[in-house]
Design a binder for this molecule. Structure first.
Ligand code: G6Q
Length: 539
């Protein structure tokens, strides 16, 4: 695969020339019915409305040329077929394939990378049989009762995606099933979760690809001790998801063990066993297949070369236009869906850990901006909080709205002539238009400049299938951008540094405590520790 520097691409040059005079969304007549009809596309149940981005046909043609010249779709297809995309040329690096798409490539006879698809099928079969055992009473607690709760213990990629998906799909939970999560090594996280639980009817799913993560191993031990104190056998309650051969790959210690593989990165692992076990407990096996089917449909749709027909590619390039050419440093993801409350947090990790890089794939410093700061909260709550800055702040923040025509539960009421769902959608559309059009006013305090780019993703309902498609849509948007910026979106050296430093400081704290060097609450050991860590961190 040939990766060229972003700034050396001819299409970047051409786009820079038109970036000086981007279309003005407040120009009278610009947001016409024709524009709304033309600047939209549909894929896997979603519509992307991008008339309110600062794009015109010239820019779209330029972005198509950029996608073609940087061979973004070829690279994506190569990734799905097992190319070693997780690497830095000429330097020691992870040197891995990137095959999260294989987790859902289980529906066709000739998958992109058959060996990985076969492993995905094997793991799914094991999960199906485990869920069936729970269902038919083969796996029960010591009193013969069924399990009603699963607690997932994991952090980072082993927490954020699975947690976001479970929250998104709780409306489809099986009767008498609930899930909880413990991630933080702050003991209050585990204490708060465990406090309300009947441990005897609870399963604990410890998830760690490496099997070495300090927070997760500590929380596992904390949970094991809680079981022992309650007179229960941890091995009859605790299961594991880990990498084959990791220190946690010890089936004797667990009620059941599932695997994920080195070709699946943590932040891309939500559709592997990392997410599927807890989701399967919550929703049942068939709904997991629906989720995977939605993600797989988007995986296939992302192979289309025409940006006007490839939604993740269009979102990737629109993001590049806003970030690299219009100079906008952040991106707000604003779901008009309470169920997506943790989806922005998942995207924060997936995007910023993937594309927060300043080295190229050849190990040289980049000469262009890479990943934006990503943040967000569900609307309409956000409207009563930070939208002030979106409308009238000096920082222009591109926004991606996500909405659904119908609610999940269907419990709604007409109040003052409209349902809550109608109010929700009306608010989303109003915000999109208000950001784009602004408002003139003789009182400067009530003036809204507008011309603030945004787009809307719209689907009928948030279901396992549409959730799968949405997850994959964002995964691919991130990956396309990383390819375009010539960075490796699949490693995370920044995370590793924190892990190493924390281990060193912890050793020092233990040493000081043991030797009685910290004697009173008035001592300030942090100063010394930080000084020592600063020295050793630079070594
Ligand atoms: C994700 C990162 C990171 C990782 C956690 C947990 O891509 O690698 O967030 O998921 O550090 O790692 P383990 O699953 O190995 O415990």
């Amino acid at each position: 695969m040939h990766f060229k520097d972003f700034s050396d691409l001819a299409a970047v040059d051409q786009l820079q020339q038109v970036a000086g005079t981007p279309c003005d969304l407040t120009r009278p007549g610009l947001l016409s019915a024709d524009r709304f009809a033309d600047y939209r596309m549909s894929s896997c149940g979603f519509e992307l409305l991008y008339a309110t981005q600062r794009l015109d046909d010239v820019v779209l043609d330029g972005l198509q040329a950029l996608a073609d010249e940087a061979e973004l779709v070829d690279k994506f297809c190569a990734m799905k077929q097992g190319a070693v995309m997780n690497r830095i040329e000429g330097y020691e690096s992870e040197e891995r394939r990137v095959l999260h798409t294989a987790c859902r490539d289980i529906f066709r006879e000739q998958p992109g990378y058959p060996e990985a698809a076969a492993q995905a099928r094997q793991q799914l079969a094991a999960l199906q049989s485990f869920l069936q055992d729970l269902e038919d009473g083969t796996i029960v607690n010591h009193k013969g009762e069924s399990f009603t709760t699963m607690v997932q213990v994991g952090i980072g990629g082993s927490d954020l995606g699975p947690r976001a998906l479970c929250l998104a799909l709780t409306a489809y939970a099986r009767p008498n099933r609930a899930v909880r999560f413990i991630a933080n090594v702050d003991p209050d996280d585990a204490a708060a979760v465990l406090a309300g639980l009947d441990l005897s009817r609870t399963l604990v799913n410890v998830v760690s690809k490496s099997g070495t993560t300090l927070e997760t191993l500590t929380n596992e031990q904390l949970v094991r001790t809680a079981y022992e104190k309650a007179g229960l056998d941890p091995a009859s309650h605790i299961l594991a998801v880990t990498g084959e051969g990791s220190p946690m790959d010890d089936p004797e210690r667990y009620l059941a063990s599932f695997y994920m593989y080195d070709y699946i990165g943590g932040r891309y692992s939500a559709t592997s066993m990392v997410g599927a076990v807890t989701l399967g407990f919550l929703l049942g096996y068939d709904r997991i297949l629906d989720l995977l089917a939605g993600a797989h449909a988007m995986d296939q749709a992302a192979e289309e070369r025409d940006i006007r027909n490839n939604m993740p590619l269009m979102m990737a390039l629109t993001g590049i236009w806003n970030h690299n050419f219009l100079g906008l440093p952040t991106l707000a993801v604003l779901p008009y869906s309470q169920a997506l409350i943790r989806f922005p947090a998942h995207l924060q990790q997936c995007d910023m850990e993937s594309n927060g890089k300043f080295m190229t794939r050849q190990g040289n410093p980049v000469r262009w901006q890479t990943g934006p700061v990503v943040w967000g909260e569900p609307g309409t709550n956000g409207q009563h909080a930070f939208y002030q800055l979106l409308h009238q702040g000096t920082e222009i923040v591109p926004a991606e709205f996500i909405g659904f025509r119908h609610s999940q539960y269907g419990h709604d009421l007409e109040v003052e002539g409209s349902t809550s769902q109608q109010k929700l959608i009306a608010n989303m559309l109003a915000q999109s238009l208000a950001l784009a059009l602004g408002r003139s006013h003789e009182n400067p305090n009530r003036y809204f400049p507008g011309n603030r780019p945004n787009s809307i993703l719209l689907a009928d309902r948030l279901t396992p299938y549409s959730m799968g498609a949405l997850l994959a849509l964002y995964e691919h948007r991130i990956v396309f951008q990383g390819f375009c910026w010539n960075i490796n979106s699949f490693d995370q050296e920044g995370v590793q540094l924190g892990k190493v430093l924390a281990t060193r400081i912890l050793a020092e704290i233990i040493h000081q405590d043991r030797n009685g060097e910290v004697t009173s609450a008035n001592d300030s050991p942090e100063k010394d520790l930080l000084r020592q860590a600063a020295v050793s961190g630079r070594e």
